[in-house]
Design a protein around this ligand. Structure first.
Ligand SMILES: Nc1ncnc2c1ncn2[C@@H]1O[C@H](COP(=O)(O)OP(=O)(O)OP(=O)(O)O)[C@@H](O)[C@H]1O
Length: 740
């Protein structure tokens, strides 16, 4: 997605924008203006068709996409109030809004003000239950995967003989008791309640971005939103399905087409990449969509070889510095890789050379240990029934009391008893502090707090907040009320940094509370209002994380390092796609399906480049299952589109490479001999004048790619070279090839 200047829509884009059929599917090719069309559609519906934003559901897969849509509508001054866009967001965020404001969660045994729990918290809750009930669970380190699988398939994962079923029942009950919902619960519960209360919401339009990534639970949610009179407008690209491992529905386009008799329109024109990049990328297109370019041929794609990741990092830092000297902003350059750990060497090399760079991993509050702990403290303080976060905060070895779960449970029971006694004695519902202090709601003496255990400080925090103060003061006093200096020790080397991080989070919290409560930071807020807004804020953080870098930090002119998955939806003028070795790109795959997904991922990466694309492979890769030598995807690229600064990969330049290459040649020769022997037996060999036997290339015809020659085949697979489309691989059983 990119910033939208005033763009003249093409005829296909207009057709999509103006379409008013009950259901419309936009098959949008890569770089064809999907985002542009989506925003234009919303604008068109609002300004021309007078549809209120509140009557539209705009569902996205990432917060970034949702944020960008909202920002552009604000930029165009179409919308000022966030409430207008209550149903613009990720599927989960919209489900959360529905559950908080429109649907009776009590029907499902939850209570108002429920909390959103992160997957880590759910896992922790499950582990706590295992200990508490002495359950036997096999392979505890695989529990997260089992939970994920269960969510994706919607079925109980009873693969091993253990107490899993019992654990799931307890987990469900505990989530209800603590009034907590996981991400999956949000969608499931919203879907169920929409089904029970169809009158609760009436959407006029449901608009979906990146529809190819929908999973089953999202399809069920859509089913409830889309009433017969509701219009559906879904935009997606079947060639960019890169999340099937997360359970995205196979063949979503035909499915939606059939289910809603949807009209299908397509956006074939790619505005982003040069002709050369686009033509090369077409070799990886799988769904027979028609992709047109509209730009000049541009530079050839460069294919480089590096000895290893260190040499590569050294080369890249020099090369990118050079590009920058020639006027390419660092922010227009990106390096993509398959695995996140590949960024480490690059980051070190670039930092050493003083080149500004940024590793694009979402650094959220939960990624930083002190903040992850602080998050549990805040959650347990604001939600007294939340035992999971309280145990996490107390048992934390670095910042908490370092207790075992058993010890923490004991202390909790003890505190419960003391609390009952004190309540009975003082007759005041507030716990802990000497009666007078609590009645007057004064800030307790700092030394009193320091004498109290962390458990008590957490429990009393909401009660010792002043009745009324400014939003800024209220948020700013938390470190004192919680006596954080007792947990983040001032003597520790990281004290300044960690307290700084806590302060930063409190500033963001203050900003968000102002936004939610519609107050200025120096405006007075009551304790209860502050608590309600803070709870909302914690739900948002649990769902979407809290980005703790300043916005201006992440927008500075830096070279971006990211995984191929993270590159989806972005564009850069110069792209370096590294590690195109078998076993890395593509990853060792478990079958044809994952191999195809790897190809789509490579396609997504290539098509992020506007002007320049460089692909590289290692002679001596880092990683146990990565093969030395150029990956097979490089073979799909025709010579006329690429250039090799060091000559084609055949021209090896060092011993290791030579050895690996010789080995592969030896294997190839052996293979050819066996094939020739077989061919001889079956009589498909034609004698040649020089006395040698060769297998004649078979010519075939394919419905879409036309005439081609078989270059390789075995029991499973056939590889055919087509004149206009390059090499294509087919599963033998399904290949629609006609021999000619
Ligand atoms: N009609 C148009 N005329 C000129 N440029 C256009 C037009 N439509 C879109 N573009 C440009 O094409 C580029 C790709 O658009 P956009 O990012 O919306 O595509 P996309 O379909 O979301 O891409 P992808 O799916 O590959 O992420 C952007 O730079 C955008 O400004």
């Amino acid at each position: 997605m990119t910033k939208m200047e005033t763009i003249q829509l093409n005829q296909y884009q207009w057709e999509a924008v103006q379409d008013e059929s009950n259901a419309c599917l936009v098959n949008a090719n890569v770089g064809s203006g999907k985002t542009t069309v989506l925003i234009e559609k919303i604008r068109f519906l609002h300004t021309e068709k007078k549809i209120a934003f509140q009557d539209m559901f705009v569902l996205t897969f990432t917060n970034k996409a949702a944020g960008e849509i909202q920002e552009r509508l604000r930029e165009q001054q179409l919308v000022s109030d966030r409430e207008e866009m209550l149903f613009f967001g990720t599927f989960h965020a919209v489900a959360l809004n529905l559950l908080q404001k429109y649907l009776p969660v009590e029907d499902l045994g939850y209570r108002e003000g429920f909390q959103v729990m992160t997957p880590e918290e759910e896992l922790e809750m499950a582990l706590q239950l295992i200990t508490e009930h002495g359950l036997k669970i096999k392979y505890k380190n695989r529990m997260k995967k089992r939970l994920d699988q269960e969510r994706a398939s919607g079925e109980m994962c009873v693969r091993y003989q253990d107490d899993w079923k019992e654990l799931m029942t307890l987990l469900e009950a505990e989530k209800h008791r603590q009034n907590q919902m996981t991400y999956a619960d949000l969608l499931k519960n919203a879907t169920e309640l929409l089904e029970r209360h169809p009158e609760a919401i009436r959407a006029k339009w449901v608009i979906i971005d990146e529809v190819q990534d929908c999973d089953h639970s999202q399809m069920l949610f859509l089913e409830q939103l889309k009433k017969p009179e509701t219009h559906l407008f879904a935009v997606g690209d079947p060639n960019q399905v890169i999340y099937s491992w997360r359970g995205s529905v196979f063949q979503i386009f035909p499915l939606l087409r059939m289910k809603y008799q949807a009209r299908e329109v397509s956006l074939p024109v790619n505005y982003r990449s040069t002709g050369t990049i686009l033509e090369a990328a077409k070799r990886f297109l799988q769904n027979g969509s028609h992709l047109e370019g509209c730009r000049e041929a541009g530079q050839k794609i460069v294919i480089k070889n590096h000895y290893d990741p260190f040499q590569e990092a050294d080369y890249l830092s020099g090369r990118i510095r050079e590009l920058h000297k020639h006027g390419i902003p660092y922010g227009e350059i990106a390096v993509f890789y398959r695995m996140q750990n590949q960024s480490e060497i690059l980051e070190k090399a670039f930092t050493r050379e003083g080149i500004p760079c940024e590793v694009s991993v979402k650094k959220s509050m939960q990624d930083i240990p002190v903040l992850a702990w602080f998050f549990h403290v805040l959650k347990s303080a604001l939600y007294p029934e939340n035992k999971t976060d309280l145990l996490l905060a107390l048992c934390d070895k670095q910042y908490g009391e370092g207790w075992t779960q058993k010890r923490a449970e004991k202390e909790l029971a003890k505190a419960g008893k003391t609390e009952n006694n004190q309540t009975a004695e003082s007759g005041h519902p507030n716990k802990g502090f000497s009666g007078n202090q609590m009645v007057e709601k004064q800030m307790p003496e700092k030394r009193n707090l320091e004498k109290m255990s962390l458990l008590l400080r957490i429990q009393y925090m909401p009660e010792v907040l002043p009745e009324r103060a400014s939003v800024k003061e209220m948020s700013g006093m938390l470190p004192d009320l919680l006596a954080l200096q007792m947990q983040i020790l001032p003597t520790s080397a990281a004290y300044e940094e960690e307290m700084g991080q806590v302060q930063k989070v409190l500033e963001i919290l203050c900003r968000e509370i102002c936004r939610i409560s519609e107050k200025k930071s120096d405006e007075g807020i009551s304790r209860q209002e502050w608590i309600t807004a803070a709870k909302n804020c914690l739900n948002d953080i649990a769902l979407a994380g809290m980005r703790i870098e300043d916005e201006k930090d992440s927008q500075t002119d830096t070279v971006k390092f990211m995984t191929l998955h993270a590159s989806k939806g972005l564009e850069f003028s110069h792209v370096f796609l590294i590690g195109v070795n078998n076993g890395l790109i593509p990853l060792l795959s478990g079958g044809m399906e994952s191999e195809e997904e790897e190809r789509r991922l490579f396609f997504v990466g290539m098509t992020r480049a506007k002007e320049y694309l460089e692909l590289s492979w290692y002679t001596s890769p880092d990683g146990p299952r990565v093969m030395p030598g150029p990956g097979r995807f490089l073979r799909f690229l025709p010579d006329r589109l690429v250039e090799y600064p060091e000559g084609k990969p055949m021209g090896t330049r060092n011993r290791e490479d030579a050895q690996s290459h010789l080995q592969s040649i030896r294997k190839q020769v052996e293979k050819n001999r066996i094939e020739n022997a077989d061919a001889e037996k079956t009589g498909t060999v034609a004698p040649q004048s020089d006395g040698q036997n060769t297998v004649q290339a078979k010519r075939v015809r394919h419905v879409r790619y036309g005439i081609g020659e078989i270059v390789e085949e075995n029991d499973m697979q056939i590889i055919v070279e087509f004149k206009d489309y390059g090499r294509k691989e087919f599963i033998r059983q399904f290949a629609m090839l006609e021999e000619i």
